[in-house]
Design a protein. Sequence first.
Length: 452
Amino acid sequence: MNILNNNWLNKLKMLICCMMMGFAFNSSASTVNPAYTINLPLYDYPFNQNLDLLNPSMNQSLQFSKGFYQFSHYSIQKFWDHSPTASTVSIILFDIISTWLPLSNAWVHEEWHRAVMGQYDIESYNEVYELEFFSETIAVSDVSDAELIDLKKHHPADMIRLHSAGLESQNQFNLAIEKDQFFFHSLSQDNILMLFNTVNTSSYLHVCASNESNSLTQEILNRENEDIKKRDFTGLDCNAWVYDLFKPNESYESRGTHPSGVGIDRYITWSDLTANEQDYLKKQFRLSLLNFLDPFLINKRYFRYNYAKNKSAIYWNANLKHYLTPFGYTINAHLFLKKDQHKMLFTLHNHFNRHHYFPGISVELFDAIYVLNDKVFYNDLSVSLWSQPNNFNFETSKPELGSRLALKSTYHWNKILGNYLEIDYKTDGWYEGNVYLTENLSIRLGLTIAMK
């Protein structure tokens, strides 16, 4: 479930900040590159084997949504070509109204919940498609109690990940936009949406970590009846996440009976949590504020360092991102670097369970050119090494080592169209944006469209 329009006063303050930032939009855009590039992952193996595009993978839903927003934002900018103020105001209004539309950031939030269930062939329904504009919450429904009982029993770590996947999507969405802005000079004005995502993540955690979650959950229950198919799969995400994090071995049936007398009481409130669980959830809200340490949110796309005369400059940027995980939480420290044609992203992964720290590191290289039979391929390479709590255990000090290797190769048929092949292998472990907690090999085929 996603909370959308909580606390309108804070949103009003946020809009004022957005307008001020939007007026300054001008940044580091280059007219040499495309305005932005849309990636369309048409097939994602093995996720798409048993499910169709109505049940997209995490990668698919994120890329579809990113393309939707970049196309919309840039179209608005072109319409108001000589009026930056009108363009910014229009984008703000669009980003608010579009929240309740398919392909929106709220749609992605729910699709990432659905993807966690989808890997086990659990069908569900994203109620964004109901088009209930200005509703306070959006649910994922059409999930049976039996399916949730089985998921908790046989895949407890996935059950915990299920609750946190929506918030994970919003950080990953921002990171994908930031890569486009820093490495590829995208011209679409996306920082307003990125700020919305960041505020929504912290405000959601704030609601969960307070008595407000009690009243909001009661409002949801008041609208429900004996029809289990109409119920959301979990209620407020963060409450369910911390509840199952502390109780991974508790049976799902222990939640008790739904107030209607039919089915399981799925929703966890603030009052249902122990003092330790409440303290841990409050801590996550405070840590989520680290997401605001991000220059991209104020449209600062790069910093420039001239290290020697007659040498090309080094461009850099950095930020932090906080994630809820199946074993606790992660704080990723990102360093973006660019010099001439070299484009690199370094990430320090700081994994924490209840009392212990487990480090990791990732290095990503973008647009490395390889020529084969006079054909030019642009390659992205990502290498990750990490330690995480053994078996996703919340209490253990025992580490489990893991790794990831991903290669994406793109061939451009002309100045507009291209296609790509991506091979992504990981060992056991949690990796942001990858739905599989077990060892996995994913293969993705897609199209690229360079928009002018």
